[in-house]
Write a protein that binds this ligand. Sequence first.
Ligand SMILES: Cc1cc2nc3c(=O)[nH]c(=O)nc-3n(C[C@H](O)[C@H](O)[C@H](O)COP(=O)(O)O)c2cc1C
Ligand code: SF4
Length: 515
Amino acid sequence: MSVIVEPDEPPGAHPPAPPLGGPYRSDTLPDPPMIVLTDRWKLERSYTIEVAEKAGAYVTARRALTEMEPAKLIDEVKAANVRGRGGAGFPAGVKWSFVKPVAGKPVYLVVNADEGEPGTFKDRSIMELDPHRLVEGCIISCWAIGAHVGYVYVRGELALSIRRLERAIAEAREKGYLGAKPFGRDFPIEIYVHRGAGAYICGEETALLNSLEGKRGEPRLKPPFPAVEGAFGAPTAVNNVETIASVPDIVKMGGAKWAALGQLPNDGGSRIYGVSGHVKKPGLYEAPVGITLRDLIYGLGGGIRGAENGRTLKGVIPGGASTPILRPDFLVHAPDEKHPLHKWHGKSEIDVPLGVDTMRALGTMLGTCCAIVMDDTVDMVEAARNLMRFFHHESCGQCTPCREGTAWIERILTAMVEERARPNELELLVDVSNEIMGTTICALADGATMAMLGFVKKFPEELRAYVKRSKAPGLTAGLGTGRALPVLGASSDVVPPGRLVLPRGESGTQRGGAS
Ligand SMILES: Cc1cc2nc3c(=O)[nH]c(=O)nc-3n(C[C@H](O)[C@H](O)[C@H](O)COP(=O)(O)O)c2cc1C
Ligand code: SF4
């Protein structure tokens, strides 16, 4: 089912941003703010074990290891409906239930702290400000899935995160929370920090595993999925930092109660929202699952920077660079009562609650839930070129469509901004993007092309204007398909739903037009 937007809305049809200067009101933002995961961040020296323990750290791990059976823990995480916070949104409890011990092989927990998605900066703050929450989450998770060893794979540049996490691990070991008998339970658990070397692709779970094993950080073909054959060929749960840091609260509150913190079905809890770019108060904010981008931008983010001088919101990338851009002046078109977004029919895209499934239905992705806000001064073609340069640079090069295609996309966009694009170059851009989709080993290429098509879908006039200004002759025969460009303007046809939450991880891809 796809969406959804009416691209050619007459000017003024869109509900305007909240009145300038007035207080922002919202039905979904809790007042006072909901603080669960980040409750220790405000404490001085919150990263030390003394401070963290005084504020409740390790009480839940002690209870989990002394009183609770692994199956019960997995049930709680399932009941919590915690959707993976690393981008793909896969339910953590379901993933854990796929991790089955195999005779003669260990089970591993691997925490993904690579955090390379442009615009995303939440995991590093968890590790810097409350590393004990992550360590406690690791201990409980290891016990739940039967892992004696957990690896935290941290982006090498995150020096402070690494320092504080290593210190937290040492403190927990000294207290006997890690080691041979954590909390007296005869189940040895060790956590190791592994430093990555700063490649975006090493955030992809199988590339991460290769890198952890000392191999080139290149994604593996899936299946087998890591739950079956992960680190060192053994069953492995790979989870994001925020996902694992949420586990102590899930177990403490009980899965169902934690799930009810959120405002959407099948997408539970509270989470950390990031907002950067042209807002008055960029930063991280904890809030329930299901607030809107309007809440994030105009409520938590304080509104558009320079709004007093006429600056307005032009577009917002909802959850990291690979999530297609949204426009406040595009309206949800879901007249069918059965459509998942029917409730928001006629409302702005930024009024749809931020959830894994709602963003997917909107033709974008929740991703890492860290939004990049762009005001009306932004040249969207330049912005797209900037992102596509990143994806091209970070492609590991294994798959020809990704290696060559991302380069091609970047070249076309460069030709546009340098005003030397040929007349058919926009059609070529769409063609190349569509042809890449679904043909590669990992989701980097899908993420790049979905983001690219998002720009085409939402800002075709800007791309066209660049082509029009260019003075280059027509495309040489053989370049491009010469097909007409049915997609532009009919936005819902342009962007295939693409890879989103797939039952067994995010590597599979869906192709084709909106269904
Ligand atoms: C190119 C690429 C980069 C990724 N980078 C990260 C990352 O930095 N951190 C992360 O947690 N997940 C990242 N992911 C998603 C992981 O592959 C995986 O889905 C995630 O770590 C699973 O954890 P979760 O289920 O708790 O979200 C990336 C995926 C792709 C395709
Ligand atoms: S899609 Fe790109 S990054 Fe992913 S494996 Fe293929 S070449 Fe590497």
